[in-house]
Write a protein that binds this ligand. Structure first.
Ligand code: SF4
Length: 333
């Protein structure tokens, strides 16, 4: 069950005495956030707003919404990162899932032992507190277990959907990766970046599965989009307006590079990049978006929608260079 660190919310409110606060977080814990909002507004008798827009990651905190609402504090719940605060307004609140990995970790450790000796454990924010226990189980069964070092916003063993330092930096030391949790979104990217066997440990169904085939399909889709974009005459470069995804300078750099290769460019700015919105841009043949690198790979679009590494790969292709290996990097930005 997800446990929100409400104590930190209370101690922050008691210390700072805000006149109003806002809460946001990923969709998966929105019900918990709503209950928390009821408790806070009852206890402190101040307006407590739940921001209903998406908050996909620590790149997507809805600071602009908090400023428009005029709240003194925005509690962003569930995106555990190595930083506790963003500026004066945002306080990061941890939310951990306390499900027990013991049973499935033991099954996985026994079954994989015939093929692997050195493994690395990785996970997303929700299961970070389970890493040590799973490490001990694998070590008990004779494995050497590497925990990759965190960097920037990432804690040790943690990955985002676009940032993989703990996994990437340990790839030459291990035979395989074990991802704690049910996230195909995160585990496939580890398989793509490291090109190593990657297993997902699901503590709810007590099963583990290798996800390299799914990862390969995702990678092929990303490569295919680059080749499709090759013939585009006009390319729309989209600047995402979410504060942590705003990359205008990168957009202008890509505009220059693509214009040098003969492409006509239209600069577009938008907050939510969806197929429905892009269909309105009928004269554009392909898009490059500099916001979240997973938008094009993990969603359906009628026209190619490239991320920054895909766009760089496209430029190489247009120059007659080999476009390969563009996803085997530490950070897909
Ligand atoms: S994958 Fe996208 S949503 Fe997740 S942290 Fe990266 S930019 Fe943000």
């Amino acid at each position: 069950m997800i446990q929100i660190d409400e104590e930190k919310i209370h101690s922050t409110i008691n210390e700072k005495k805000p006149r109003s606060v806002a809460l946001d977080g990923p969709d998966g814990i929105l019900r918990k956030i709503q209950s928390c909002a009821h408790r806070l507004s009852e206890k402190y008798q101040i307006p407590v707003y739940v921001i209903g827009d998406t908050s996909w990651g620590s790149c997507d905190l809805n600071i602009h919404a908090a400023e428009t609402l005029g709240v003194d504090i925005l509690f962003n719940i569930g995106h555990t990162i190595a930083m506790e605060k963003f500026g004066d307004k945002v306080v990061m609140i941890d939310a951990f899932d306390d499900i027990d990995f013991g049973k499935i970790a033991k099954i996985c450790a026994i079954e994989l032992k015939k093929n692997f000796n050195k493994i690395s454990l990785v996970t997303n924010s929700q299961y970070l507190q389970s890493v040590q226990k799973v490490k001990e189980i694998f070590e008990y069964h004779g494995y050497e277990v590497v925990i990759g070092r965190g960097k920037g916003h990432l804690n040790d063993a943690q990955v985002f959907g676009c940032e993989f330092y703990p996994a990437y930096d340990s790839k030459d030391m291990v035979d395989a990766y074990i991802f704690l949790g049910q996230s195909i979104f995160h585990s496939t990217s580890i398989a793509i970046v490291t090109q190593k066997p990657t297993f997902m440990l699901d503590p709810y169904f007590n099963e583990f599965s290798e996800i390299n085939d799914i990862a390969q399909k995702l990678e092929k889709k990303a490569i295919l989009s680059v080749f499709k974009a090759q013939d585009a005459k006009t390319i729309g470069i989209i600047i995402g307006l979410k504060e942590g995804q705003f990359a205008k300078i990168k957009a202008l750099e890509l505009k220059r590079l693509l214009e040098e290769e003969g492409k006509k460019i239209l600069l577009i700015a938008m907050t939510e990049i969806t197929d429905e919105r892009l269909l309105s841009f009928q004269d554009i043949d392909a898009f490059v978006q500099v916001a979240c690198p997973r938008i094009g790979t993990d969603n359906h679009f009628h026209k190619p929608v490239l991320s920054v590494p895909q766009a760089i790969s496209l430029i190489k292709l247009l120059k007659g260079e080999s476009p390969e290996g563009f996803l085997q990097i530490k950070h897909w930005l």
